[in-house]
Design a protein around this ligand. Sequence first.
Ligand code: EPU
Length: 429
Amino acid sequence: MEKFVINGGKQLNGKVRISGAKNAAVAILPAVLLTDETCIIENLPEISDVGAILRVIRELGADVRYINKDTVEINCKNVNTHIVTKQMAENMRASSYFLGALLGRMNKARVAPPGGCDFGVRPIDQHIKGFEALGAKMSFESGMVDGKAFALQGASIYLDVVSVGATVNIMLAAVKAQGLTVIENAAKEPHIVDLANFLNSMGANIMGAGTGVIKIRGVESLHGTTYSIIPDQIEAGTYMTAVVATGGNVVIDNVIPKHLESISAKLKEIGAVIEEDDESLRVIMNNRPSKCNVKTMPHPGFPTDMQPQIATLLTVANGTSIVTEGVWDNRFRYVEQLTLMGADIQVDGKSAIITGVEKLKASPVKAVDLRAGAAMIIAGLMADGITEVEDIIYIDRGYENVVEKFTALGADIKRVSVIEPETVKLKEA
Ligand code: EPU
């Protein structure tokens, strides 16, 4: 086990390069199962969620080869199973994408249900509704989600809730179905557009990605392609928020500023100066943060995956802020950790009322999930003294070289091994 040890209170300065987007990568990688030709995927982030997806693809029989640190070559011609077991899926949310990809490839799929971060109930009813509309017979047997179809047929599907996962899964299953599929009330996130661009580069016919109505005209077959994944909006937003939290002047490089508009708007309201360039942003902060109300919503609203980070920044704002979660049922589990650091936060249902304090106090805390973990790093960077963040396995799921990147900006953060109690006992004996 490992933890981060952060000696806080230092400003961030310099330049940080943003990696490829996790949530685009975990949708695009299963999509390679839709062709027997070779695909080359560039700008892959080096994170454990990508490693987990690649392991599943390899265990399904694909040939997976890293060409360099962030480029992988995949050929799926030898894939002849449709089963993703619990052991293969580990605890990934994105394991559900193998349902859509395998249904699209071979009209059948048997996949262990998805895990992922715990934000309350995480249903997949909209995914199932989409597959059934396309003609698949879906069932739950022996703890596995099972789908089969004689042939998938295009259909009109209205999503009852805007769901990233259901939109991705329906696109994967429909891209080679016969006829036209229309997804209404589709998710509009940048990673949805990236998946559509990737599939179109394989010969698919997808229109409207990035709007609420996506039209997919099924094609006979898809071919190999070379594709570069978009930069990670949430990784960029996390570094932007960290700079506003600590003060300083940092260039966030390799980003698409348009994807960051809702985050930039809120950080400006909090007092930051943000200068946009074509592929980078400069974030400057010299004052105490001002209070600000934030409500998370599906894209183009403020992203739920930035909620813990911005709430953490607001713990030291001048005044009282209200942060409202509009996507997940329960995404405030990290609040207890911030309270240990002296934050004044009252959670009332889906809102957190945050009364700014002068400073956070360093304290041992835990990463309760991926973005909550990123928030604990920000809290540690803001506090004077030594903050230890445990359970960083969650942070490694989605942030490439987080210690190296923050260190290059002037932070004092180290990854250290934790000696587990059993080991200590053995050594003593
Ligand atoms: N929902 C349903 N039924 C469904 C699917 C979703 O009711 O069949 C509900 C959920 O309970 C939730 C809302 O719809 O209240 C949105 O869920 P969505 O399906 O959009 O989430 P997801 O696809 O499981 C992805 C990201 C999450 C991110 C959400 C929302 C990936 C791999 N995960 O999850 O990212 O929070 O969209 O933007 O793309 C993260 O990166 O830290 C992360 C958790």
